[in-house]
Design a protein around this ligand. Structure first.
Ligand code: SF4
Ligand code: SF4
Length: 430
């Protein structure tokens, strides 16, 4: 590796390694308890995906440049240069990680491997080895932010079409998708696609909510790519819109990482406190049901329903009860997956992996535990409030012939509302 590139790379490590991360570098006991927690290692048996091994690669570079003993006697202290072989291994183990943090939950020292791998992504990007697809998707979102007017016409016409669908479902000619409505209480930051907007619009309108959407979606490929500046710029698009419109609250859709980005990461990336209350859409829907602002019927949905806790919403976001309360409100035939809540198995589709074709094989193998859980539940309907999880589970459903219906939770809610027309669940689309 050239001297200049090495300086950039060690500079990245120096900048990213705070006290907590340095402690993670020191305290791993190599007990390998984390191997049984990681769906990718369990599904593939491949050492590359063992959580402690992934972190070990960063530890080796760290020791080589920032640890006295490692600097002087590298062979003895497992210190290593970031040569091409190491970078190849780092790329494979880092971009495959779904960031589920199940390894952290079971690690006796709570070592946050996903956080360590955020340093790995920064190193790979500095070395020109970031994932191309995720980088391109992030750049496309930033381009859209800089050239919003170019997209406006087509988006407004799409929103008008969705408004018509909403009126067809509710039968109320006043109902609509509000776009860029100044002074609304809520900015709903949807995902790209009618499937994320239509059921939310039905619920907001029926609840009499003061709400609006804007031109910008919640998905953040800068976060998956591992570039904090790109991720900040993508998030800033809707934060700026929320400020301009004067809303009080930002509501994020059924998307795992979007919730953590708005609730946790934006402040760290931008250095400004999040100026709005952030809620997950299911927290709002739960509130509406409990307050009697929308009505649902427990007998309209056929089959036994189970619920998948997406890692970013559940284990990493702490939202466990609101979705369950909603599912219990719309069906009397609810069964839990086992294990669940903090111990839920990752489905294998997080961290942007569904967008990276090169990881398809490991992704499908790593869904094995989820397939076992779904089969054991005996459920015929899965409620799943995360786009990436739905895409992955839809594919597992097909490959393993599970015969499941995979629904967004908000689609289940609309299906349980007392309308004549019952909407079908949409196939998840990005
Ligand atoms: S469980 Fe924790 S301490 Fe044990 S090997 Fe894994 S990361 Fe290291
Ligand atoms: S965060 Fe999840 S995918 Fe990544 S190493 Fe840990 S258990 Fe495996």
């Amino acid at each position: 590796m050239e001297a200049q590139q090495l300086t950039t790379l060690t500079g990245v490590i120096d900048k990213k390694m705070n006290r907590q991360l340095k402690q993670y570098m020191d305290i791993c006991a190599r007990c390998a308890i984390c191997k049984d927690a990681c769906h990718q290692y369990v599904g593939t048996g491949d050492f590359t995906y063992l959580p402690a091994r992934r972190a070990e690669l960063i530890r080796q570079i760290y020791k080589k440049y920032f640890d006295k003993a490692g600097r002087f006697v590298p062979a003895l202290y497992e210190a290593r240069d970031p040569d091409e072989n190491l970078l190849d291994e780092l790329y494979e183990s880092t971009y495959a990680c779904t960031g589920c943090r199940r390894c952290m939950y079971y690690c006796p020292f709570s070592i946050d491997t996903a956080w360590i791998l955020s340093v790995a992504k920064a190193i790979l990007i500095a070395a020109g080895r970031g994932n191309e697809m995720l980088g391109q998707l992030a750049d496309a979102a930033i381009f859209k932010g800089d050239n919003a007017a170019m997209f406006e016409g087509v988006m407004l016409s799409g929103f008008e079409d969705i408004s018509e669908e909403v009126r067809a479902i509710t039968g109320n000619p006043e109902h609509q998708v509000h776009v860029n409505k100044e002074g609304a209480d809520i900015l709903y930051v949807a995902l790209a696609g009618a499937h994320s907007i239509r059921p939310a619009a039905v619920i907001f309108e029926e609840a009499g909510e003061s709400w609006t959407i804007s031109m910008f979606e919640a998905a953040n490929y800068g976060y998956f790519y591992g570039d904090a500046e790109k991720a900040r710029l993508i998030t800033k698009r809707y934060i700026d819109e929320a400020k301009r419109l004067g809303v009080k609250e930002i509501v994020v859709p059924e998307c795992g990482h979007a919730y953590r980005v708005a609730e946790i990461f934006y402040e760290a990336w931008s250095g400004e406190p999040m100026p709005f209350k952030v809620s997950h859409i299911l927290e709002k829907v739960d509130e509406y049901i409990k307050a009697g602002r929308i009505t649902v019927d427990r007998d309209k949905i056929d089959g036994t329903v189970t619920y998948h806790d997406p890692c970013q919403i559940g284990r990493n976001g702490g939202v466990f009860d609101a979705p369950r309360d909603i599912v219990r409100a719309v069906t009397s035939r609810f069964v839990e997956l086992t294990p669940n809540r903090e111990q839920q198995w990752c489905c294998g589709g997080g961290g942007g992996i569904v967008a990276m074709e090169e990881f398809k094989d490991v992704r499908l193998k790593s869904g094995g535990k989820k397939v076992e859980q779904l089969k054991a539940s005996g459920a015929s309907v899965l409620a799943c409030p995360c786009e990436n999880c739905r895409l992955q589970i839809e594919e597992l459903n097909e490959v393993h012939g599970l015969g499941l219906e995979v629904w967004q939770v908000i689609d289940l809610v609309v299906a349980a509302m007392p309308f004549k027309a019952t909407p079908e669940a949409d196939a998840a689309t990005m």
